[in-house]
Design a binder for this molecule. Structure first.
Ligand SMILES: Nc1nc2c(ncn2[C@@H]2O[C@H](COP(=O)(O)OP(=O)(O)OP(=O)(O)O)[C@@H](O)[C@H]2O)c(=O)[nH]1
Ligand SMILES: [Mg+2]
Length: 303
């Protein structure tokens, strides 16, 4: 008698991309899906929410989860980010751990890899940013060190920037897929809402153009989206920040900084929506919002 899994013709795998802040997790997700799904920035702690990227190839569906980097929680928002990682790991069939080749294997990597090993789930370790390493011996040392922690895990060399190692990584991930229904339509590349996409892109521009303390204290909330008959999409969004002084910096002299953030964000949003966008941004102060559960809930950080 055939069992249920034998009768299912499709396969899938749910795979979180884990690692320290700044290891290149979001860059890798975008590179694998070939689309900007998750925001990327040289400053650590960019990603706050779990983001799914979906790749369907014939009978196999790969569902990647980009999550925040491992960090020690200091605020209620940090607690939320830690829960996002835990949820992704619990719901996963396997996981992919990214090491930053430039900074090498750190104490946090070793601690995290040790904890993950106890889960006894299939894993792949990818050493990312190899384009930044001149001496191959440095990479060999990292492979050796990782093999002593994970003797049964694939260790691959990749670059999320250049695309090096992409096909081999995808092949290895496909091997992890198990008989299952497809959880997402074949043509879907993410389950992220348009509002969330806009909020994240605006936050990315703030991360790029302003200093660390300000972007890390910023949340973006889309108040209104309206697509008109002429295909122009009107979007109103509010940028919440922690202090009056931050509000002044975000707006800038004669509103120039806010204009720059809006112009760059609009260009990316238009690419994703394949149409013209009218983006209106406002800035408001909400002191200590990262520790206020009611506001975190309003902003969609807490269910
Ligand atoms: N040279 C090089 N830079 C990379 C590569 N992958 C990522 N980066 C850069 O590393 C920085 C961090 O990348 P992200 O993708 O935002 O890293 P992350 O792990 O998602 O970071 P958090 O969301 O903060 O945890 C960005 O400046 C990327 O452009 C790579 O393979 N090579
Ligand atoms: Mg990220």
């Amino acid at each position: 008698m055939s069992n249920k899994s034998e009768s299912i013709k499709t396969k899938s795998v749910f795979l979180p991309i884990l690692g320290r802040p700044n290891a290149g997790k979001s860059s890798l997700l975008n590179m694998l899906i070939n689309k900007k799904i998750s925001i990327v920035c040289p400053k650590p702690q960019t990603t706050r929410n779990r983001v799914h990227g979906i790749l369907t190839d014939k009978d196999t569906q790969l569902v990647f989860m980009d999550v925040p980097g491992f960090l020690k929680p200091k605020t209620v928002l940090d607690d939320y980010m830690e829960k996002e990682i835990d949820t992704a790991i619990k719901g996963a069939d396997a996981y992919l751990y990214l090491v930053d080749a430039k900074s090498g294997i750190t104490r946090i990597d070793k601690m995290m890899l040790g904890n993950l090993k106890n889960l006894k789930k299939p894993s792949i370790i990818a050493i990312n940013k190899i384009d930044l390493v001149k001496h191959k011996s440095y990479l060999l040392k990292q492979i050796e060190e990782l093999s002593t922690i994970f003797d049964d895990s694939e260790i691959l060399l990749i670059s999320a920037k250049t695309g090096y190692g992409k096909q081999l990584l995808l092949d290895k991930i496909k091997e992890m897929a198990k008989p299952s229904i497809f959880y997402f339509p074949c043509e879907e590349t993410t389950d992220q809402s348009v509002s969330k996409m806009v909020e994240e892109i605006v936050r990315e521009k703030i991360l790029y153009f302003l200093d660390k303390e300000i972007p890390h204290g910023v949340a973006v909330f889309v108040e209104h989206i309206n697509k008109q008959k002429n295909k122009l999409t009107n979007i109103n969004a509010t940028i919440f920040c922690e202090r009056d002084s931050h509000k002044g910096i975000i707006i800038g002299k004669n509103g120039l900084m806010l204009k720059k953030i809006g112009t760059h964000a609009r260009a990316d949003i238009e690419k994703n929506l394949c149409g013209k966008v009218n983006l209106q941004l406002w800035v408001k102060v909400k002191e200590n919002w990262k520790n206020r559960e009611g506001i975190l809930r309003e902003l969609g950080y807490i269910d």
